[in-house]
Design a protein around this ligand. Structure first.
Ligand code: G4P
Length: 281
């Protein structure tokens, strides 16, 4: 199966972002802490020029803490980049972001008429609207359950010397890297109609069996793990009551239920990709 998803407005968004970068002091790139490479946009590197960048690793409440720690070290090796794991819904955690903005652009935002201009970029569904709403303390950005709901750029005055530019969601033009596409689908970043639930669920089940076997055993009260992802889904389906008449497991419902649990963190805090620094001090 090929997971493909590329709404038409994306190409235009790249152009808009390149223009916005010019008048921006700090770039706030939001990635998903569970898959910070697959959920980032490779074009941002090129569009960023030498502007300071804060890589917000959002949905940190769902990610594996040890893996996140290793990613922070990896990202901060790049000049001008700060990495900040957080949960966009938590006001206390997002307040740290403001402090880092000022530390990266100390000459801006101190006097009226000279605001610190920050732009928020990130692929759809990564939490841009949620973060902006929390920072602004009110509902200014649309938050929705469909990826790519933010489609035009808007400015938000945070009334603390910072003006935020929200940008349309970005995703790379092609998703030739199918592993990245599967990770995005498993995490919920790609619209549900772009992929086959069962294939993505099997991919996720096999990943979990390899990397987080203890979490699976604990969540589904298993004595041991089966051989294949499909067998695991069948056991999970049975556990969650996804049955059809005759006591057989409805594999479509089992797949949906498994992905729902995984995305909501019910199985535990999980990261889909690891940094080269994993295991280092
Ligand atoms: P976007 O603007 O980048 O497209 O993303 P948006 O803020 O709409 O967030 C997409 C989904 O991610 C929303 O869930 C939102 O609640 C969730 N989310 C954002 N930040 C976090 C976080 O730090 N932790 C967790 N666990 N979830 C986060 P939804 O189910 O699609 O919508 P809703 O029912 O929560 O409103």
């Amino acid at each position: 199966m090929t997971v493909e998803w590329y709404p038409g407005h994306m190409g235009k968004a790249h152009k808009e972002i390149a223009e916005l970068v010019r008048s921006t002091h700090v770039i706030i790139e939001i990635v998903d802490a569970r898959l910070p490479v697959s959920s980032s946009n490779h074009l941002l590197h090129e569009l960023r020029r030498n502007k300071p960048c804060i890589k917000v690793m959002n949905k940190n409440d769902l990610a594996d803490p040890a893996v996140t720690k290793a990613w922070v070290r990896t990202f901060e090796r790049e000049n001008g980049v700060r990495a900040l794991p957080l949960s966009a819904k938590q006001h206390r955690e997002t307040a740290q972001l403001i402090k880092i903005c000022y530390s990266l652009a100390p000459n801006w935002g101190k006097q009226p008429g000279y605001p610190l201009r920050a732009m928020v970029v990130g692929i759809p569904n990564v939490g841009k609207s949620t973060l902006i709403n929390t920072l602004a303390g009110k509902s200014v950005a649309k938050v929705g359950d469909r990826p790519a709901i933010t489609t035009s750029h808007q400015r938000i005055d945070l009334r603390n010397g910072i003006i935020l530019s929200d940008t349309p969601g970005l995703l790379w033009p092609d998703m030739k890297d199918q592993v990245a596409a599967y990770r995005l689908a498993a995490s919920g970043a790609i619209g549900d109609n772009a992929f086959d639930y069962m294939e993505v669920a099997i991919f996720a089940a096999e990943f979990m069996m390899e990397q987080y076997r203890d979490l699976l055993i604990a969540r589904y009260k298993l004595t041991d793990l089966p051989e294949t992802g499909a067998e695991l889904l069948e056991q999970v389906g049975r556990r969650l009551g996804c049955l059809v008449s005759g006591g057989l497991v409805d594999m479509n419902r089992a797949s949906e239920a498994f992905l729902r649990e995984l995305r909501a963190g019910k199985i535990g805090r999980v990261s889909f990709e690891r940094s080269e620094y994993d295991g280092a001090d």
